[in-house]
Design a binder for this molecule. Structure first.
Ligand SMILES: Nc1ncnc2c1ncn2[C@@H]1O[C@H](COP(=O)(O)OP(=O)(O)OP(=O)(O)O)[C@@H](O)[C@H]1O
Ligand SMILES: O=C(O)[C@@H](O)C(=O)CO
Length: 401
């Protein structure tokens, strides 16, 4: 039978986050990296997540890749599509949330969809259409300084309104509080008025359950992992194969607040090498260091993560490619456990490793599941969203049994 839910995620850590949420809901979940080809086999599963690296590429390319995934899923009988973007709504005025959502809803003939980035378990909530990170508005959080998608406006109706020609409106918390019937009625009324996007307030998991029930009929649903996890439940046993032991490496390219703290702590426990964008021979130097360090100590961290005042503007791509080259060399040197911080960084690393799919395993921390790659040899990957995870996650991940 076809999976009942297909999910297209706009970055690789977003893909792992939503896969973890679906797995937690008891769904047997398969994760695929990149646009699957005609010959890609969809294993027997309840949900399939296709993780793309489309968050920060030109909008037309993001649209084309997302539509290709939608077609692939439809051809395999998957009827309901979830578009997963970041719980901090990472995007710019050029997109890519608006253009991709426009294309997916158009292709599905969906008059309206919900927009629900709330992830209460990570303290991302939406009230009166304003996105909060903990007790701060999005625009006052560290996301204001994101290297690729600085978020300076917390009003999601306004933010999305700049990315789409379609109408955007709010379903406010006072409606959500009245339950699924009230939200469904509000969605129907908005669709009748020609609104394409209903931004839904949500403060906690109860609100997500209400929105999930009210939007169950929609062919395309959009949001972060929280709403996806509320859509369906099942009761499948989730086996977790043992993680491979042996050399391990941490690669950190995220500059988000949680990652900076994790990297600072990991530097005290792991042999560490910092990539500095302006240096000549940046990659060769890192590879030489890696080779010696892995041979001697069996574990290492290479990072470019830096606070705003120490970053190199315009160096994002260069640093992603450098970390990807380090990852590929580490795998050749026998590393079997690869921990990556940052979605764009994870995309570059996974692509360099040639990984196309993975079994979703137990979570090392909330929203951060272990992945066992399909392919030979199997690698254990931990792809950590920039702002997820406890401070010692990068260190303990290399030691986990
Ligand atoms: N020192 C630096 N100077 C400038 N850019 C950097 C630096 N270090 C990393 N970057 C870039 O910043 C970007 C960080 O994005 P990435 O998606 O990896 O992390 P994130 O946004 O924190 O994670 P997530 O998307 O999972 O929340 C990458 O493109 C990375 O190459
Ligand atoms: O939703 C989130 O916060 C994460 O899954 C994410 O998308 C990080 O890139």
């Amino acid at each position: 039978m076809s999976p009942s839910l297909g999910c297209v995620a706009d970055d690789y850590t977003g893909g792992t986050d939503v896969a973890a949420a679906l797995r937690r809901s008891g769904l047997r979940t398969v994760l695929i990296f990149g646009v699957p080809g005609p010959a890609t086999v969809l294993p027997d599963s309840d949900a399939v997540v296709v993780a793309l690296k489309t968050r920060s590429i030109p909008a037309e390319e993001a649209v084309a890749a997302s539509l290709a995934v939608q077609r692939w899923l439809r051809e395999r009988g998957v009827r309901r599509l979830y578009f997963k973007y970041c719980s901090t709504f990472d995007s710019t005025d050029q997109g890519n949330i608006g253009p991709v959502a426009d294309a997916l809803t158009e292709a599905a003939g969906a008059g309206l969809t919900v927009v629900c980035p709330a992830a209460p378990e990570h303290r991302r909530t939406v009230y009166q259409g304003h996105l909060f990170v903990g007790d701060r508005l999005l625009s006052e959080s560290s996301m204001r300084h994101h290297p690729l998608t600085p978020m300076t406006d917390p009003d999601l109706v306004r933010v999305l309104g700049r990315q789409t020609p379609h109408r955007v409106a709010l379903v406010a918390h006072e409606t959500v509080r009245r339950g699924a019937g009230a939200v469904r009625a509000a969605l129907d009324a908005l669709r009748f008025q020609g609104v394409r996007y209903a931004v839904t307030d949500a403060l906690d998991d109860r609100d997500l359950d209400v929105i999930a029930r009210a939007s169950a009929h929609l062919p395309v649903i959009t949001g972060a992992a929280g709403l996806a996890g509320a859509l369906e439940t099942a009761r499948h046993e989730q086996a977790m194969p043992a993680l491979p032991t042996g050399p391990g490496i941490v690669l950190a390219g995220s500059c988000s607040a949680a990652t900076l703290e994790q990297v600072a702590l990991a530097r005290r426990h792991l042999p560490s090498h910092r990539l500095r964008a302006g240096r000549d021979g940046l990659v060769e130097e890192a590879l030489g260091w890696l080779e010696a360090t892995l041979a001697e100590q069996g574990r290492a961290m290479v990072y470019s993560s830096a606070p705003p005042e120490e970053r190199s503007p315009g160096a994002a791509g260069l640093l992603e490619r450098a970390l990807a080259a380090v990852a590929a060399r580490a795998a050749r040197l026998g590393a079997r456990r690869i921990v990556v911080a940052g979605g764009e960084t994870s995309g570059a690393v996974v692509n360099a490793l040639g990984v196309t799919g993975a079994v979703v395993g137990a979570e090392a921390d909330r929203g951060v599941p272990w992945l066992l790659t399909t392919g030979d040899p199997s690698l254990a990957l931990l792809l950590k969203s920039g702002n997820f995870g406890r401070p010692d996650l990068l260190v303990t991940a290399l030691e986990a049994p």
